[in-house]
Design a protein around this ligand. Structure first.
Ligand code: BG6
Ligand code: BG6
Ligand code: GLC
Ligand code: GLC
Length: 904
């Protein structure tokens, strides 16, 4: 009898041991986990494997850890861990340990976590409102850092994880959703500056105390890691210099079935019953939200098999989520001989246990949490070894900032984790420091560290598509007879009806006024065997007092330069046909009549707006009386560019300028142009897209810097799009951002020099130099040193970053407006695919090292149904102007002939 009982007990024991043995991992197995994690880290970083990688390695755009010079007052939200918290964080200048925080915890009821996105964000905003009241801060518009502990691609939520599942959020911009909820409440305003993962917030919080901290680990409700990766390894982000923090989202590890060998049936059961089956498999084996669930599944199974709770499965045990991390931690805190304590914990969970039961439950908890800590350790070993190899070191010393209830409350988790890392990464000395203040402080530090304007200037494709649609409407308004008078984008008919056809010939003069240079050219087009063009040109000064003086003085100057040119060319006695590239918005009723609507860019000569510039120039020439000229055509520089490129590529039907100013023209169907009679054929339309936004359509994307630029310009309230994108304003935009950042102590240790405060001291060519991939940082140092600010290495990186944001925004915006033109052309042709060529010119496009590539890429993304060739106009717009003139003078000859025949 006794032996029978003993045998039964022994066999029961064996069953339990066998069950728990599936949770025991050998060193070899852990090494395999480490190796597989390493593979996934690499796959996540590489462009071609990223889409299918289970560890997503999301770039965070956090380029550095804090250095103690941050300061300011920030609001922070901390959502996604056990508690939702609203905080205010005050950082005093230049001193570490000088951060003060006030916070309040708010509940998020389950029905809100899993309700609609709108409800969730309304609830968040309601909590902020309560907090602001509580702090008496409703009327101060504070910058906000948002610790949002879910995978985000920039600011777009990739997918919910853990216990959240609110509808209509995945794939959407978190900043937008929060901003909209703030708008709905209509009670206060906030600058949402940064969205930060909790791992990143934790790393930043800890790095503030310990500069060696370059890894952030969360072992809490969820499980995740971030670390500082070399930029050159992050293929999803342009640039090779320096480092960027990568949010690994390692919780997804295993989604591609590569750790099935170590997953147990209990893991599969937990997964199956979760909100996101199949997803976050590693997280489900390692984090607080799931460990209790694994334990519960094992207990149910053991009970079913009669090994526990006398074979009785109670309602309690069937309740999902009864084992919270804190219970797991409590159960493991007591050694087995304190079984009565264990029992009372189980009792508090509503589980009635015998002494044996409580010991078994403790063993189960131990096996499950031990495996979790070992798996985290194996993952961490993969990360530190990668960092060590990145830096070419035999030995690495590094600090991990850690947070999370599992790590903090569990009695053994941290020890097992550290032991595992030591065993699997013997060449790394890894210190773990606990984040005492949560990640809200880190979010505030990031808000302070990275430029605050990053998010306002970075557009999702969705926003760009929206801007594209807005511009499309503006074009339609400009073309329509009824809507044109009030349209902001003027869509000016140019009376140019086709691109060069190869038959043009003659000897022409071209004037090219309005870009960075005033140029006069002689263009000879001959037609022996094949059409050839010979050009000679000279650049003339246009001093500021002339372009800002009286109109008659300006045209006297143009006439004088032309006289000089003809003198030098020895053609003063000839009356050559002249083509005039005049790069300003003009209303034409024919080719050689052009009424200036308004000056743009640097020009502001009086008495010219509303006048025909051909008449003004003729008058100036006549006044001199030393030569004669026949001005046959006035063309916009976009048109000149399209014609120049059309000379080489017959498919060219769009011309754009991205230089001092920006603008585009394209060939429109005459039947759509209400302002011009006739329905057959096409005519080139000068869109004057620089004025896009002058009626307020772009207010949502303009920043305080755009407004400041506008206020200080020659034409406030006008050309608002141009002021966001073109070369004349770009350097100045960067300068204003740098001044603001310096004022807030974010750059140059708060040093502001008179040079930095001088308008025009930071030029667009500097932006181009700083963004060069190899020598960019050296250039930044030179340029900033010239401004007297003694930049540190980090300053140079930050300035490079600001330049990239501003120039990237420009390329993106132009891609959107150009995208609108392309889709219109495609629709006009009624074809499923558009094949076309865009002629393009302008110093920004030509000189900036990354601009053209970014523009092309975004256009292809926004208008996928097109094959666009971008053709750089090598010879400026003068050649194109000559082509138009050739056509005009041929027409004039014909008219003269008809006229003379009819008279005779
Ligand atoms: C908190 C951080 O301290 O820890 C949060 O402030 C983070 O940002 C959390 O999400 C993680 O731990 P848990 O256990 O609350 O999920
Ligand atoms: C030149 C064209 O190449 O580019 C000009 O000949 C045009 O007509 C100019 O205005 C635009 O670029 P930027 O940078 O000089 O304004
Ligand atoms: C989940 C989230 C991740 C977060 C982690 C810790 O894994 O996906 O973003 O960092 O939980 O909270
Ligand atoms: C300004 C002018 C426009 C010109 C452009 C590029 O936007 O208004 O006519 O094409 O600059 O030079």
């Amino acid at each position: 009898m006794v032996t029978a009982v003993a045998q039964r007990l022994a066999s029961q024991r064996k069953e339990i041991d066998d069950t728990l043995a599936t949770f025991t991992l050998s060193t070899t197995q852990l090494q395999e986990v480490k190796a597989k994690m390493r593979v996934e880290l690499e796959r996540g970083l590489k462009k071609d494997t990223h889409p299918t990688a289970s560890v997503k390695m999301l770039p965070t755009y956090v380029y550095r850890t804090p250095d103690g010079t941050e300061r300011g007052k920030y609001l922070a939200l901390d959502l996604g861990g056990t508690n939702f918290r609203v905080l205010v964080v005050k950082i005093r200048t230049g001193m570490r340990n000088s951060v003060r925080m006030y916070n309040k915890i708010y509940a998020i009821p389950l029905e809100i976590m899993q309700g609609t996105g709108e409800e969730l964000f309304d609830h968040i905003v309601q909590c902020i409102s309560d907090f602001l009241d509580y702090m008496g801060m409703k009327n101060t518009r504070l910058p906000l850092g948002f610790t949002f502990s879910f995978p985000c691609n920039q600011t777009d939520l990739v997918s919910w994880t853990k216990g959240f599942k609110a509808t209509d959020c995945e794939g959407y911009d978190v900043v937008d959703m929060l901003r909209e909820a703030i708008k709905r409440r209509n009670e206060f305003d906030l600058d949402i500056v940064a969205i930060v993962n909790d791992t990143v917030g934790t790393m930043m919080t800890c790095a503030y105390e310990d500069p060696k901290c370059q890894i952030g680990l969360i072992a809490g409700t969820g499980s995740n890691v971030c670390y500082m990766e070399e930029m050159k390894n992050i293929e999803l982000v342009e640039g090779d210099e320096g480092q960027m923090c990568v949010n690994t989202e390692w919780g997804g590890f295993g989604e591609n079935d590569n750790i099935e060998d170590i997953r147990t049936r209990y893991d599969r059961e937990v997964d199956g019953g979760s909100l996101n089956p199949g997803k976050q498999r590693f997280e489900k084996m390692t984090s607080g939200m799931y460990l209790g669930e694994i334990v519960r599944q094992i207990l149910i199974d053991l009970t079913k098999r009669g090994l526990l709770f006398r074979g009785r499965i109670t309602e309690r045990l069937k309740t999902k989520g009864i084992f919270e991390t804190k219970f797991l931690s409590q159960i493991e805190r007591y050694s087995s001989h304190l079984w009565h304590k264990l029992r009372s914990i189980l009792q508090s969970l509503g589980l009635d246990s015998t002494c044996d039961d409580s010991i078994i439950v403790k063993e189960v908890c131990g096996a499950v949490s031990r495996r979790a800590a070992q798996l985290c350790g194996a993952g961490m070993a993969a990360i530190v070894d990668k960092i060590r190899e990145n830096r070419g070191l035999d030995h690495l010393e590094i600090t991990v900032g850690v947070d999370g209830t599992l790590y903090k409350l569990h009695p053994h988790f941290s020890t097992i984790l550290k032991d595992t890392v030591r065993e699997l990464a013997p060449n790394c000395k890894v210190d773990f420091i606990l984040s005492e203040d949560g990640s809200g402080k880190g979010a505030a530090l990031i808000t302070a560290v990275i430029d605050k304007y990053l998010y306002a200037m970075r557009f999702s494709d969705e926003t760009l598509r929206d801007i594209m649609a807005r511009f499309r409407r503006e074009m339609e308004n400009g073309l329509g007879g009824d809507t044109n008078p009030t349209a902001t984008v003027k869509m000016l008919p140019t009376f140019v009806r086709s691109i060069p056809d190869g038959s043009e010939k003659g000897d022409f003069i071209a004037l090219d006024l309005g870009g960075s240079n005033f140029r006069i050219l002689r263009v000879k087009v001959s037609h022996e065997k094949k059409q050839t063009v010979q050009m000679e040109s000279q650049i003339y000064e246009t001093p500021e007092d002339i372009i800002h003086g009286s109109g008659s003085r300006l045209f006297d100057h143009v006439a004088e330069c032309l006289g000089d040119f003809m003198e030098k060319q020895k053609i003063k006695d000839k009356k050559l046909p002249v083509g005039f590239t005049f790069s300003f918005p003009c209303a034409h009723s024919k080719l050689d009549e052009a009424v200036l609507l308004t000056w743009t860019k640097r020009f502001k000569a009086s008495g010219v707006e509303g006048m025909d510039v051909v008449k003004l120039l003729n008058k100036a020439i006549k006044k001199r009386g030393d030569y004669d000229a026949d001005i046959m055509a006035v063309v916009n520089d976009t048109v000149g560019t399209m014609m120049t490129c059309g000379f080489d590529d017959q498919r060219c039907e769009v011309g754009i300028i991205i230089g001092t100013g920006t603008n585009a023209c394209y060939m429109e169907e005459l039947r759509h142009i209400d302002m011009v009679e006739g329905d057959e054929g096409r005519m080139c339309i000068n869109t004057e897209w620089g004025a896009f936004g002058d009626d307020g359509t772009l207010e949502d994307i303009r920043t305080e810097f755009d407004r400041e630029i506008d206020r200080g310009s020659l034409n406030p309230g006008k050309q608002l799009f141009e002021k966001m994108v073109s070369g004349m304003y770009m350097g100045e935009l960067v300068r204003l951002i740098l001044v603001k950042m310096a004022k807030e102590g974010l750059l140059f240790e708060g040093r502001i020099t008179p040079e930095l405060l001088t308008k025009g001291k930071f030029e667009t060519k500097h932006v181009s130099a700083i963004e060069k991939s190899k020598e960019g940082l050296t250039k930044a140092k030179e340029i900033l040193t010239r401004l007297g600010v003694e930049p540190s290495e980090d300053d140079c990186i930050a300035v490079q970053h600001v330049c990239a944001i501003v120039s990237f925004r420009s390329a993106n915006l132009i891609a959107a407006t150009l995208g609108a033109i392309l889709t219109r052309l495609k629709d006009n042709k009624n074809s499923p695919r558009l094949r076309t060529t865009v002629g393009i010119d302008g110093s920004l496009y030509k000189m900036h090292p990354q601009y053209s590539r970014r523009l092309h890429k975004t256009v292809r993304r926004l208008v996928p149904e097109s094959d666009v060739r971008f053709l750089l106009s090598e010879s400026g717009s003068g050649k194109g102007a000559a082509m138009v003139t050739a056509w005009a003078s041929r027409l004039a000859d014909q008219t003269r002939q008809i006229h003379s025949t009819s008279i005779s």
